[in-house]
Design a protein around this ligand. Structure first.
Ligand SMILES: Cc1cc2nc3c(=O)[nH]c(=O)nc-3n(C[C@H](O)[C@H](O)[C@H](O)COP(=O)(O)OP(=O)(O)OC[C@H]3O[C@@H](n4cnc5c(N)ncnc54)[C@H](O)[C@@H]3O)c2cc1C
Length: 484
């Protein structure tokens, strides 16, 4: 069965009994669907907006081992992420992109993530070096993959725009990047086209009622306004920052939000080439990244308790952008920082007693909502397979085996242009329903061109012929802060 919306709706209409309902089509929900379906579980996933429209298209795109969690003594999280990195390298094909990260050492800056005691000029580099050595050890890294010390001169040869004054030396270590929304869509294509699962975007769940044998679910197709009813035995909600639907709002996990904004700079104005740079100290005592991304440069991220816009469509406000620009200027010799676009995402963090969001654990957490009904929240992109496995093992007395993904290459070959072949592929095999699904999450056209590439949208008229599909395009680009 194709992973087109039309085929998925047809598939739905032939069956109204499922073993498992997954609510939410971010990386976690999609990985759960893929894993469940590959084990023969009859599963359906319902997403209220587009797939990956939440945090899973708004991340910093790092498949990182989480070096910054070492000083927070979250060794388990770091160990798990590093182990996953090694497995993802073998199973994600081109969706796993190795990345070298430079960590420059500046006098008086130290590294924000180190405990206060280790922040002095003399101790900070030694402490960071010990951290990197431990990171290599936890990741069982072999020679050639381990971090390296580099001198000030070599640093400036490799990164000619980095500020010279007060730079003493640097470290380079290995991490990795991905394309978050393409990862989600790849998981879903594997689940639907190989293992016959169903995944539907733009679905509004209106009611969840417990019955003797499971749950009756009422929902409507928000595109066609058509009501549906299905029966499921078990439910996993992977709704990210959102509350549960269908009368279960009050039982939702208690979540704290943290906003994270980014800028995209056109090309490589900071001369980082294919490497990333970890900025060691922000104004609010964190680290930040400058990263290469498909020929452009990402600057990010912020970590604030407040965010602008809505949970569905947060955007980077003027303060976020100025904050990011100030930090580029702090570490790079540039007079002006010109950006083409910006985005923001909201992290779901466990609602702990910590008041400062940067100190709250980034691990995932489960809540039992009802009989055979759980909610999973939080976590990192890097841990998506493990989170999926644990979620399923919470409800099933089975050991789930994590598989290598197929169909990785086609979505990576999309050209970031509007062309018939790519648009048809996205409609027929990646469930694109609206022009913005293509422009924002199947490709990155709107992010890589000024004004969200709004003027090119008329070229999509032949492909998205349903009038409804154009209704929200202008509003979505505006909400995302892409239209100036
Ligand atoms: C700014 C930022 C930077 C990050 N950077 C990194 C990074 O570099 N590396 C890393 O490993 N991790 C990173 N993360 C974390 C990572 O992005 C998230 O952990 C991950 O994407 C969460 O996936 P999810 O599926 O749980 O949530 P989401 O992607 O938010 O998905 C939840 C989905 O559920 C849907 N939904 C909600 N309610 C309903 C409903 N009633 N019915 C149907 N659907 C519903 C939503 O529309 C949404 O699509 C970052 C996160 C943010 C916000």
């Amino acid at each position: 069965m194709n992973f087109s919306r039309k085929s998925q709706i047809n598939h739905l209409e032939q069956n109204n009994e499922y073993d498992l309902l997954i609510i939410g089509g971010g990386v976690v929900g999609s990985a759960i669907l893929e894993l469940a379906a590959s084990e023969g579980i009859n599963a359906i996933l319902l997403e209220k907006n587009d797939f990956a429209s939440g945090a899973s298209s708004r991340s910093t795109k790092l498949l990182h081992g989480g070096i910054r969690y070492l000083p927070q003594l979250q060794f388990g999280l770091v160990r798990e992420s590093l182990k996953e990195q090694t497995i993802l390298k073998d199973s994600l094909g081109g969706l796993y992109k190795p990345l070298k990260l430079l960590a420059p050492i500046y006098k008086n800056d130290g590294f924000s993530d180190l405990p206060k005691l280790f922040q002095t000029n003399l101790i900070a580099p030694i402490a960071f070096k010990i951290g990197l050595t431990f990171y290599d050890f936890l990741g069982l890294r072999k020679k050639g993959q381990k971090h390296k010390n580099i001198t000030k001169d070599t640093t400036l040869k490799l990164f000619p725009k980095l500020k010279q004054s007060n730079l003493s030396k640097s470290f380079i270590f290995q991490d990795a990047q991905t394309d978050d929304s393409k990862l989600v869509l790849t998981l879903l294509r594997n689940a639907t086209e190989i293992n016959n699962a169903i995944a539907l975007n733009y679905i509004d769940i209106t009611d969840i009622s417990r019955s003797n044998t499971g749950y009756d679910i009422s929902f409507s197709d928000s595109e066609k306004q058509k009501p549906h009813k299905i029966h499921v035995n078990k439910i996993i909600a992977a709704t990210g920052t959102h509350k549960l639907p269908g009368g279960y709002q009050e039982q939702s996990s208690s979540i704290k939000y943290s906003g994270g904004a980014h800028l995209i700079l056109k090309g490589d104005p900071l001369c980082i080439k294919e490497n990333g740079v970890l900025l060691p100290r922000t104004e609010d005592d964190r680290v930040m990244f400058i990263l290469p991304w498909f020929g452009n440069t990402i600057v990010g991220t912020t970590d604030t308790e407040y965010f602008s816009g809505t949970l569905d469509r947060p955007y980077a406000n003027e303060d976020d952008k100025q904050y990011l620009i100030r930090h580029v200027k702090k570490y790079f010799d540039v007079e002006k920082v010109k950006y083409i676009s910006s985005w923001s995402g909201v992290r779901a963090l466990i609602d702990s007693s910590e008041t400062n969001s940067k100190n709250i654990s980034r691990g995932h957490f489960f809540k039992e909502i009802d009989h055979n009904f759980i909610q999973i929240s939080g976590g990192k992109l890097t841990g998506f397979r493990i989170i999926a496995k644990e979620s399923l093992e919470n409800l099933y007395n089975l050991e789930f085996k994590l598989n290598k993904l197929k169909f990785v290459d086609q979505i990576l070959q999309l050209k970031n242009t509007i062309n018939d072949e790519d648009v048809d592929l996205c409609i027929n095999h990646y469930s694109a329903v609206k022009p913005t699904d293509y422009l924002l999450r199947r490709t990155r056209i709107s992010w890589f061109n000024s004004n969200g590439s709004f003027e090119t949208i008329s070229n999509l008229k032949n492909h998205f012929q349903d009038d409804n599909s154009f209704n929200d395009v202008f509003q979505e680009l505006k909400d995302e802060g892409l239209l100036r």
